[in-house]
Design a protein around this ligand. Structure first.
Ligand code: DSN
Length: 444
């Protein structure tokens, strides 16, 4: 890409690493469902002179001079976020999803308060109360689960809410294949007087594009990262709805104060500019088509995988992602599938599945999705081919299983990685993947 001209002259080492990453992205099928390819316009805004500026505070109320244009770009990002989601208030400064969620806690809870969220192995996010995250360390976290069919267990969530009276409830997750039940979770939150926050990081692009219902009428607060289906830079937005302002007219100010000075220093103004660009793109009519194609592709891929004999959590998908349940091969098999698929040029991530019999580091599932390959222009016929390749590669891992002794695992996996690279099926798929990718070029 020509924007790297100077770097090629001044720092060959970094330049070459960027070129290698570009080649990897061009020649592989990027199927981690939380990743995407931003436009050249977003890349340019990220690489702009806004990176030179300090601007603690908010538009019109900064601690530094020289913020005339930063104010304008931040206001533009805020206005576009409000328009895209249909909300009265937005804060575009959080560095990423975890700080955004932390700011919600700071604004609504005291340390030690009870909070409730979806458990991590059931698809929830670390920041929704998992024991190793600040959210499970500083707050008394209660966790709800999904049922055997993969849908959220409302009865359990309601029972837990009535028993523990959480101050804050989260709806939204990182590995949930069904539409989020915003209305039902709102009934539970309203019954116990809790704040309801929707973390729509994974699906915000689908919401803007009309391919997933919006949480706006039901929740008080919405958080989202900006780099997943929304297809922007790595950053985040926190929004307050009309319902949120009715519950607490000062909620938006509390959120602003929690972000700065509560949690962060200077905002990353180059990211703010790029968020404005991405939101501008998401407001275009063609983004609606993109969002719907992501879901059509995911459904086609899920159907293809099941046809080829793979088991999916909840037997399908209603959004952009799916989870392959590999317990049909062996518990803890995710690492083998991930590594074999990577050797074949298909990038996915190992992931826990509900009631996983193994551990989060060696989980029994694989998570994959269609946002990035849809950005490349791939459609249902390509999904059918990809499903065939995934099934063929996973099949080659059947003879491997995690050793029982923990100390033997890493050596075994390393040996597996070396072996699988030489596997003839994997090598053949790698060539076919490369050929497909060359027909859907990036950054032309
Ligand atoms: N790490 C993100 C994901 O991959 O889903 C969640 O924050």
């Amino acid at each position: 890409m020509d924007i790297l001209k100077k770097l090629a002259e001044t720092d060959k080492e970094v330049f070459e690493l960027i070129q290698s990453e570009l080649k990897r992205e061009e020649e592989c099928l990027e199927m981690i469902p939380s990743e995407n390819f931003v436009s050249k316009a977003v890349l340019e805004a990220m690489g702009s002179v806004f990176t030179n500026k300090y601007s603690e505070g908010y538009p019109g109320k900064r601690y530094y001079g020289g913020n005339e244009f930063v104010d304008k770009v931040e206001n533009l990002a805020i206005e576009r976020a409000k328009k895209a989601f249909g909300v009265p208030r937005a804060n575009v400064q959080p560095y990423s999803g975890t700080p955004a969620n932390f700011a919600v806690y700071l604004a609504t809870c005291q340390p030690g308060d009870v909070i409730m969220g979806q458990a991590l192995p059931d698809g929830g996010h670390l920041t929704h109360g998992w024991k190793t995250s600040f959210s499970g360390i500083f707050y008394k976290a209660v966790q709800y689960h999904v049922k055997a069919d993969g849908y959220i267990d409302f009865e359990e969530a309601r029972k837990l809410a009535l028993e523990h009276r959480p101050k804050l409830i989260w709806v939204g997750a990182s590995a949930y294949v069904r539409q989020f039940p915003f209305k039902e979770m709102a009934e539970i939150a309203d019954e116990v007087g809790a704040y309801l926050a929707a973390d729509v990081a994974h699906i915000s692009g689908l919401i803007i594009g009309g391919a997933h219902p919006s949480p706006v009428p039901y929740v008080h607060i919405i958080t989202t990262t900006t780099h997943k289906t929304l297809r922007g830079p790595r950053g985040a937005i926190i929004m307050v709805t009309e319902k949120g302002l009715q519950k607490d007219p000062e909620l938006a100010e509390k959120i602003d104060k929690a972000v700065f000075p509560g949690l962060q220093g200077g905002p990353h103004d180059q990211t703010t500019a790029a968020i404005a660009v991405a939101l501008g793109e998401a407001l275009m009519p063609e983004f609606r088509e993109y969002a719907h194609q992501i879901v059509r592709n995911a459904k086609a891929l899920a159907a293809g995988l099941m046809e080829k004999g793979l088991k999916l959590v909840s037997s399908g998908t209603e959004n952009h992602l799916m989870l392959i349940d590999l317990t049909t091969i062996a518990k803890g098999h995710g690492v083998f599938a991930q590594e074999a698929l990577e050797a074949a040029g298909i990038t996915v991530n190992k992931n826990t599945i509900p009631l996983d019999p193994s551990s989060p580091f060696y989980p029994s599932g694989v998570r994959l999705g269609t946002p990035a390959i849809t950005t490349r222009g791939m459609k249902e016929p390509e999904m059918e081919r990809i499903a065939g390749w995934i099934a063929a590669v996973v099949n080659e891992t059947r003879k491997y299983a995690l050793p029982a002794g923990k100390t033997e695992i890493s050596g075994y996996v390393k040996k597996f990685k070396d072996e699988i690279k030489g596997n003839s099926v994997v090598k053949k798929v790698r060539e076919e993947v490369k050929e497909l990718c060359s027909r859907f070029p990036l950054y032309m």
